[in-house]
Structure formats: structure tokens, C-alpha cells
Design a protein around this ligand. Sequence first.
Ligand code: E4P
Length: 230
Amino acid sequence: MKLFIDTGSVAEVEEIAAWGVLSGATTNPTLLSKEEGDPGDILRRICELVDGPTSAEVVSTEPEGMVAEGRALARLHPHVVVKVPFSAAGLTATRELTSEGIRVNMTLVFSATQALLTAEAGATYVSCFMGRVDDISVDSAAVVGEIVDALGPDREAQVLAASLRNPMHAVTAASLGCEVATVPGKVLKQMLVHPLTEAGIERFASDWQSRPEFGEWLQGLVSQGEPVAR
Ligand code: E4P
């Protein structure tokens, strides 16, 4: 499962892209509304940092407006994927944008029926929300599982788990066969943590320090410099 970062913050993307685990990014109007600066500059910078699909969302509610905004957003950077909220108008706009070669991430998908329509309209990504489903006391894993099953193993549309609120949402999405999960920076950082990893690192460091000559040997090795030819 590919990991995208779900954010409008360039600083957050700069920090986490350095880990080398991000394949793309998603934004939405709420996330961008929290940021200072020109949204176009923010989106272009995120595209460069993740060097992969970066969703930018339309806000019109009629097909013509969605298509016009989608074309404009797609012109910002070749990595831009136009995010279109699910609706009949959104399906119409998705069909038009995809016929022009513009990739669409259809968002706010909460059911298998919506996912089937989304895939037929030609969307590249079907964004299935998890946290917002759990918030209304419905089992998000069951819903995402139904969507994955309904679209089938040979699907062209990729199931993108969105609205992730905790690391287990990411694990569940991967287990269910989602192609992508878009994860907030806070949750990506939570995914790093395990007390035994931290304890293990401390133990390796203190054992190594008990042999100062080994430290000098390693420093010598490092200073010899040349990368190994592979
Ligand atoms: C991303 O594509 C979605 O817009 C986002 O994951 C929604 O997350 P939220 O439900 O936490 O707002």
C-alpha cells in the first residue's frame, strides 16, 4: 500500500518527505484554509516535495464549474490530481476531466454503491473515509472492505483510504487491500513509535560505547569515504 500525506502544510511535507516513504499527497479546502500564503505556491511545492500525485480539490457544485476549476488546478503542476466531491455533478465532471487526460480523485465516498459509480466515471482514486464513518458509530473497516470487494481484484480505480485518525486505520486499510492510504502527519509520526524500538536503540548505543575502540574503528571506516559500487 502506498502512503500519501494528508496535509496542506509545506513544512510538514518537507519534514516527512525526508523519510523517503511518501508516494503522494492529498489536500482539501479545510486543510489549505489553515495555511498562510498562496494556495497555488503551496500545491506546487507539495508536488515537488512528494514527487508524486497530489490532490487539489474543486469547490464548485455544478459540473461546468468543477471542470473549469479542475482544468485550472491541473495546470498548476503535472503531479496535480483533481479532487472532486462525490455527487451526480461530480460524476459528470469526473467523466469530462478524465476524457481530457486529467486524473481525478473522487472524495467523500462512503459506500460501495458510490464507489461503483465513481469507478465507472473513470476516477483514478476512490477516496473512502474511515474516521468520519467511525465518528457516526459505523464500522469503517466493514465499509472499506465492502468497497474493495465491490470494485474487485482487477479494478482500475485505486481505493484510497482517507480520513485516517490513528495508525490502526492505516493497518486496516492495508489489510483490506487498499492501494493507497492518505495519512495526516501526526498519525505518520505515531506510526514510528514502539517502546521496544527506542529501548533497543538505547541498548545498542550503550553496549557499543562500552567498547570505545570499536567507536574509533567505525569512525576510521567512515572516513575512508568512497561509496561502495553496487
Ligand atoms: C483526504 O483526502 C480527505 O479530505 C481527508 O482525509 C479528510 O480527513 P478528515 O475526515 O480528518 O477531515
